[in-house]
Design a protein around this ligand. Sequence first.
Ligand code: B4P
Length: 192
Amino acid sequence: MRLVLLGAPGSGKGTQAARLKEHLQVPHISTGDLLRAEVAAGSKLGLEAKGVMARGELVSDAILLGMLEDRFSRSDTSNGFILDGYPRNLAQAAALDGLLGRMKQSFDYAVKLRVATELLVERIAGRAKAEGRADDTPESVRTRLQIYNNQTAPVIDYYRQHGQLTVVDGVGSLDEVFTRILEAISSGHEVG
Ligand code: B4P
């Protein structure tokens, strides 16, 4: 199974991807996690990304594509993957098409988790308290939501127009949302 998980910050992509990985036995590729690992390692790329991420802005498309090419070159992606956090703009969507095309692959579903903005803000505020992630400050969250609406929403329309989009209601318990995603990818229909 090859899945692309889409949704606003706080919609539960990372949370559900971790469960889907166990269930589907395919790697979870989170561009946010890959970037945070670079930041933690203090690499050149990490130093470049650190400030950009803390402000809630998008790291450059070129860095992301290089990182993704590197990750997809590993053999564990040959049976499938769950891509979480990419693409976040139309240029990245085109880059993903190109990358998968070169590997003679495509994805099965782009699954969008739908959650109202008030709830997103509430969830991220909860995580800020629990984990203190550098980009979960109110200013950064505002920027992330703005970027999502301006740059990522067109990606969702793009996949919808190409008949590749499945929308899942992301509100409910973790188990409920997980079950809806599994139903959606087995039926190919919107759930919730
Ligand atoms: P990400 O790591 O992708 O962060 P995110 O969008 O906030 O989503 P995340 O997966 O962490 O949270 P989730 O919704 O699961 O990106 C971070 C930064 O990296 C970006 O801002 C950008 O700077 C950079 N970046 C990443 N990809 C990039 C790209 N392609 N191009 C450029 N830059 C890029 O969960 C949020 C919270 O909600 C959690 O606390 C969770 O416990 C809670 N939650 C989840 N499901 C819930 C539910 N059903 N009910 C209640 N709470 C729930």
